[in-house]
Design a protein around this ligand. Structure first.
Ligand code: GLA
Length: 749
């Protein structure tokens, strides 16, 4: 049991040897956080780390107390975790300790809230603390689960109205965390379409700083995840926190530095455009937030998040299965395809070793462009006379799996669905609806809409042997409103939309348990911890340019495992940037993820097809490492002039690794350069084979794990040498030119 309660000191210690959280009941009945972070010995009291001589706030307004459930109006003027409006309109509640429970395992969250789980009771322990507010009868139950194997605590909050009058929840954070100083840098993951999750790293300053979404989805502008790191923390060393929210809707993720130099983290549903009335007897549960701590740098922090999200948030048979190498037709054909063309592409894909053929947008209604037919999930027989079934069978006959694109939450104004049910599209009656990509969003807060779509999409999936579904979501929500909710409950709209979307996922994954779902939203706009509960992988970005992908995948890797990151090789000139990077370079970048291609293989030169065959063979031979190995960031494409990047994957037993180094542009007369790697066995010897193209490796050489970690692999030999000449003991052929890479395959000798 990793949770202990000391009735004498009124303290709980959640500790697993990797992290400790010490909470205590303060003399006024509030819950303080005495310590969170580094592992501390179980047993002793840590109350001295909390507030000294605590007497409540009566005469001590603004005291820097670390609180588990900060509320407004009682002297703590920092951002609150809970704001509740009582029947009299006041917003002062004071939840005080009444009871707690320590449970083996981790109870599920109610309804369809995505959450981590324990496969057996030994994997996690849970502390539930009940705090009651007398006048309103509101009880807030804080839930904290600590995993046995990871320095990660999962938090959520349940609110129940035991009073006689209705209250309105205005703010309900999944987690706040008070840290005793402000010596931190905040890293958020921000961007836009085609450049998602770029790390933004800045010192925390007095006041609030953070990110959020009011788009109705987690979005590509900001991600529901953040990192706090000490200024000296690096990838390899130092203290840091990571926080992710398991929610695919509106969110807030921020840090506030108070006037005593404390830092409060806050993560949860965005309080704007949110209000949740609680009638007597009713309850409300927040999404789950995960808080991970690392004393060993950022890559170790990510490794914990990857494990917990990849292994205990993701569910279903595909969670641990090798993910198939896919070929998606989108950039190869856009809307211009027919049965024969797709079958020819699939045949060529099969010949290169791909395992899954995915038909993207354009197969339904009269969808010749993106201005129509969303909602009409009936195959377009002009393009596919044999239907999806005929196509899927033809593809599967070649030995490939078959996958299909859908965008179930959308409707085109030019569609039979919209003509039949205009009221199903989100909008405020009497106001115009804003279109985006010539489409509207269906009202998933309306159960009848979810029912209809579950039937329509379910029929499609049931109609053919479909192994994979790419679930897209190509615009954000405007004019939020649902006619199915009464006026005083419209503040529930965004939450209910997201739950409606989860409901559809739940129904489809229950009905089709073997189908692999991949989340997509104009690329990477719905890439969050919550969606992983149904879709274990997500399309990382519509930007498939390899140089851009170095940055996008680097940023995405802070929270999300490689198994969750769809990464494809596309044609050149790249459709997003116009860049022409060599095929092997594009593949060497995309391999660090759920790998595939997004092009027309029938349009490739034979030499390129041969290259693809070699790439797929290289990847599949090491697939377990690329998808489920421990990922370590080595050199950031955001540092220096951004011309280089390096990262690696290694097996848990340190017997195998693949280390990648990328250089975008070549400069003359390079400096000697060695790349120190991590995660190896210092006492072992490794056979090292370097690939600078997938054609043939360099001669294998042997090095000690100690040397590889302390000194590193040779990236540049000490002297420039003529093209083609073998360079010294490492056997490096000199690599010159732009867009070069080295993949080092390491095996314990
Ligand atoms: C979005 C996706 C793309 C593709 C198109 C189809 O942009 O991100 O991968 O599926 O939609 O319209």
């Amino acid at each position: 049991m990793s949770i202990a309660w000391n009735p004498e000191t009124q303290e709980w210690h959640l500790g697993n040897g990797l992290t400790s959280w010490v909470l205590g009941v303060l003399p006024n009945g509030w819950i303080g956080i005495h310590h969170a972070g580094a592992p501390l010995a179980a047993g002793p009291s840590y109350a001295h780390l909390g507030p000294h001589d605590f007497r409540g706030f009566d005469n001590r307004v603004g005291e820097p107390v670390a609180l588990a459930l900060p509320v407004p109006g009682l002297g703590d003027f920092r951002v609150p975790a809970l704001v509740v409006e009582a029947a009299d309109g006041s917003q002062v509640v004071e939840p005080r300790y009444v009871a707690h429970r320590i449970l083996a395992g981790k109870p599920a969250l109610p309804g369809l809230l995505p959450a981590t789980y324990a496969e057996d009771e030994r994997e996690a322990d849970t502390l539930e603390i009940d705090l009651a507010d007398g006048p309103t009868g509101l009880v807030a139950t804080l839930s904290l689960s600590i995993f046995r194997d990871w320095p990660v605590v999962a938090r959520s909050m349940r609110l129940k109205n035991f009073g006689a009058a209705r209250v309105v929840v205005r703010t309900a954070m999944s987690a706040t965390l008070d840290l005793p100083d402000d010596d931190w840098r905040l890293v958020t993951f921000s961007g836009a379409w085609a450049r998602e999750r770029m790390p933004v790293d800045r010192p925390v300053v007095p006041g609030r700083q953070g990110v959020g979404s009011l788009r109705g989805g987690s979005g590509n502008e900001h991600n529901p995840s953040l990192v706090l790191r000490r200024p000296a923390t690096t990838e390899a060393a130092g203290e840091c926190w990571g926080a992710v929210l398991a929610w695919s809707g509106n969110f807030l993720a921020e840090a506030e530095v108070g006037h005593f130099g404390t830092t409060r983290l806050r993560l949860g549903l965005h309080p704007e455009q949110f209000a949740w009335p609680l009638e007597p007897g009713a309850s409300f549960t927040t999404p789950e937030a995960l808080l991970a701590w690392s004393g060993g740098g950022l890559s170790a922090l990510s490794a914990s998040l990857h494990e917990v999200l990849g292994r205990r948030m993701a569910r279903g048979p595909w969670r641990d299965r090798p993910r198939p190498v896919l070929l998606n037709n989108w950039e190869g054909t856009y809307f211009d395809f027919d049965h024969d063309r797709l079958v020819a592409m699939a045949a060529e894909a099969r010949a290169t070793g791909a395992e899954l053929f995915v038909l993207d947008d354009g197969w339904f209604g009269r969808r010749d462009s993106d201005d129509r037919s969303l909602g009409d999930w009936v195959v377009d027989r002009r393009k596919l006379p044999q239907g999806i079934d005929g196509l899927a069978r033809a593809v599967r006959a070649q030995g490939l799996l078959f996958g299909l694109w859908i965008e179930p939450e959308m409707v085109s104004p030019d569609s039979d669905l919209f003509r039949a049910h205009p009221d199903w599209a989100i909008g405020v009656p009497g106001r115009r609806r804003t279109e985006s990509r010539q489409q509207l969003v269906l009202d998933f807060a309306n159960p009848a809409v979810v029912d209809h779509v579950a039937g329509a999409i379910g029929d499609v999936i049931a109609s053919a042997p479909i192994d994979y579904v790419k679930w897209d979501w190509n615009r954000f929500i405007t004019e939020p409103y649902s006619p199915t909710l009464p006026p005083d409950r419209q503040g529930e709209f965004f939450y209910r939309y997201t739950i409606g979307m989860y409901e559809l996922y739940e129904r489809l994954t229950t009905r089709f348990p073997d189908v692999l779902f991949e989340s997509c939203a104009s690329g990477g706009a719905r890439f969050d911890a919550g969606i992983l509960a149904w879709a274990p992988q997500a399309w990382t970005s519509d930007d498939t340019d390899a140089v851009e992908r170095l940055r996008i995948q680097w940023g995405s890797s802070f929270a999300y495992p490689l198994s969750s990151m769809g990464a494809h090789v596309s044609a050149v000139p790249n459709h997003q940037t116009g860049r022409v990077a060599p095929l092997d370079f594009r593949a060497a970048v995309a391999m660090f993820g759920a790998f595939g291609y997004e092009l027309d293989p029938t349009a490739m030169r034979e030499a390129d097809r041969a290259a693809v065959r070699r790439q797929v063979a290289f990847y599949t031979e090491r697939r377990d490492l690329f998808q489920y190995g421990r990922f370590t960031r080595l050199r950031s494409p955001f540092e220096g002039d951004g011309n280089e990047a390096a990262w690696m994957v290694s097996s848990a037993d340190a017997s195998r690794a693949v280390v990648a180094h990328y250089r975008v542009l070549q400069h003359p007369w390079p400096h000697r350069d060695r790349l120190a790697v991590r995660g190896l066995d210092p006492a072992a010897r490794y056979a090292v084979t370097c690939w600078t193209s997938f054609e043939a490796p360099m001669p294998t050489f042997e090095r000690g794990g100690d040397e590889l970690m302390a000194v590193g692999l040779g990236i540049e030999p000490p002297d420039p040498m003529p093209e083609g000449r073998e360079a010294g003991a490492d056997g490096h052929r000199l690599v010159r030119g732009d867009f070069t890479f080295r993949l080092f395959d390491l095996r314990r000798a």
